[in-house]
Ligand binder design. Structure first.
Ligand code: AHR
Length: 507
């Protein structure tokens, strides 16, 4: 064994018989904005496209996302949501008005993908709809009528309009966003100003028939807990106990990762060791940010009636050379996969308060699952594989996983990240080796129940910048991982910069 191949070691403990909070499948949620080639040229190719599609929606993309068990899809933005007027996106496509997408590339939006197309997409995906309404440039009436159009049965003005446009039955819409980034592109409001708007808008987003809305107030950037406090204060008060006014049920925040230089400033595929570790540091820091928001929410709402929602997260690199800077198209490497895996470990640990998270974004934008091009090629990214390998955590019960000892890498980054969950006499263990160049021997003491390994897989690449292209679609794809399990101790050796899952059967 050469010096480079020498392994470092880590030890962990998992209590298989101490169940924690349920990990909502919605922590594996998605986000699709009218931005670059996410909707147009991504999901939507149009009915006349030579690319196989169902009613204009690309079939291979739907199939790939169904394999992830995609739980929900947020739409139409993002910043676009506060510019979007839903009535422009209904009725015969050829007569829909156009608009300019001023946020994203200044391109003309033809509104061919609107409410009916989005709900059709959700049906094809078998995903819950998360519709984000317009506070910044909309009205309370406009938002209220959109809810009615989507969800009201029987005879009403909006239900009649929906029927005129070819849809008899109302749709089920569980999640509703009250604006987006109201501190910035969503209206440049103060926290107090927005909190009042959120109460007003939330009031008029009605539950029609059996459709119960989970309304989500637009939240903070990163760890701006003053914003969260203003929203919580608007629902109750510090001494009122846990009885929040039910005008919204969730409070969001957004958190993007980069290598240390800020979003939109660094290359997705060309980075130094230092930048690799800077990225891991930033990704791991999401847990501190979650804790800070939780602390504020706990003091106003100790019974955890209000959910914390991270409805935008992921890496934000420079666009790929030669692509439209307003389209946010970036490659996706093993480094991105590890950003995803450490986020999920933190999500699992905070599942008691964190109820939904949406990666930005599903297709062709920022940290995407899938990259497509107009020739019909489709590439699954390393991040896609993390979502697939972690699918067993959906709606499972978190298990306590303690790292007893692990090397510190890159100066101050913990070399091992781990989380676990259980369901139906099975468990899933997720492990990330955050060393860019050292393998890691991991020994996990599985306590409380007998276990045997059903399957173990590992995801890595030649180096941390490895990624998939139409020519090399499987450069980064999961392969079998060797394990041993003796006297309750699970042992695996993780290659450098690797993510692994071990599926266990429990006795
Ligand atoms: O995901 C891209 C953009 O990032 C969203 O439109 C906005 O909400 C955020 O600033």
């Amino acid at each position: 064994m050469t010096a480079h191949e020498a392994t470092t070691a880590a030890r962990a403990v998992i209590d298989l018989d101490v169940p924690g909070d349920v990990i909502s499948r919605h922590l594996y949620g998605h986000f699709a904005e009218h931005l670059g080639r996410c909707i147009y040229g991504g999901f939507w190719v149009g009915e006349d496209s030579p690319i196989p599609n169902v009613r204009g929606i690309r079939s291979d993309v739907v199939e790939a996302l169904r394999a992830l068990g995609i739980p929900n899809l947020r739409w139409p933005g993002g910043c676009f949501a506060d510019d979007y007027h839903w009535r422009d996106g209904i009725g015969p496509r050829e007569s829909r008005p156009t608009m300019v997408n001023t946020h994203w590339g200044d391109v003309v939006e033809n509104n061919h993908f609107g409410t009916h197309e989005f709900m059709d997409l959700c049906d094809l995906l078998d995903a819950d709809a998360y519709v984000n309404g317009n506070v910044g440039s909309g009205t309370v009436r406009e938002m209220s009528e959109w809810v009615e159009y989507l969800t009201r049965d029987g005879d009403s003005p909006m239900a009649r309009l929906r029927r005129e446009n070819g849809r008899d039955e109302p749709w089920r819409v569980p999640f509703w966003g009250i604006g987006n980034e109201a501190w910035g592109c969503g209206g440049n409001m103060t926290a107090q100003q927005y909190a009042l708007e959120a109460r007003r808008y939330g009031t008029y987003c009605r539950n029609h028939g059996g459709n119960e809305l989970y309304r989500i107030a637009a939240g903070a950037s990163d760890d701006d807990v003053a914003w969260t406090r203003a929203l919580m204060e608007s629902l109750g008060c510090l001494t009122c106990g846990s009885n929040p006014t039910p005008v919204f049920q969730g409070v969001s925040f957004h958190y993007y990762s980069h290598a240390g230089g800020g979003i939109n400033t660094e290359s997705a595929t060309s980075f130094s060791e230092e930048e690799f570790y800077g990225t891991m540091r930033k990704a791991l820091d999401v847990e501190r940010v979650i804790r800070r928001h939780e602390a504020v929410m706990d003091s106003y709402d100790p019974d955890r009636k209000v959910g914390l929602i991270l409805d935008e997260w992921g890496t934000w690199w420079n666009v790929e050379p030669g692509t439209n800077p307003g389209f946010l198209f970036q490659q996706n490497t093993v480094r991105d996969a590890l950003v995803a895996s450490v986020h999920f470990d933190a999500f699992h640990r905070h599942a008691g308060r964190l109820k939904m998270a949406n990666i930005a974004q599903t297709l062709n934008v920022l940290q995407a699952m899938i990259l497509t091009d107009d020739s019909g090629a489709m590439v699954l990214t390393p991040t896609y594989h993390v979502f697939e390998m972690n699918r067993g955590h959906h709606d499972a019960t978190a298990l306590a996983a303690h790292v007893q000892s692990a090397p510190v890498v890159g100066g101050d980054v913990p070399g091992l990240s781990v989380s676990a969950s259980t369901r139906d006499d099975a468990a899933l263990v997720s492990l990330s080796n955050l060393s860019v160049d050292e393998p890691l021997e991991v020994r996990i003491d599985l306590r409380g129940r007998g276990a045997s390994v059903r399957r173990a897989r590992v995801l890595t690449g030649e180096d941390a910048a490895a990624h998939n292209t139409p020519e090399t679609p499987d450069a980064v794809a999961p392969v079998a991982l060797e394990t041993s399990l003796e006297a309750g101790v699970l042992s695996v050796t993780l290659p450098p910069h690797a993510f692994a899952t071990v599926e266990l059967d429990l006795a």
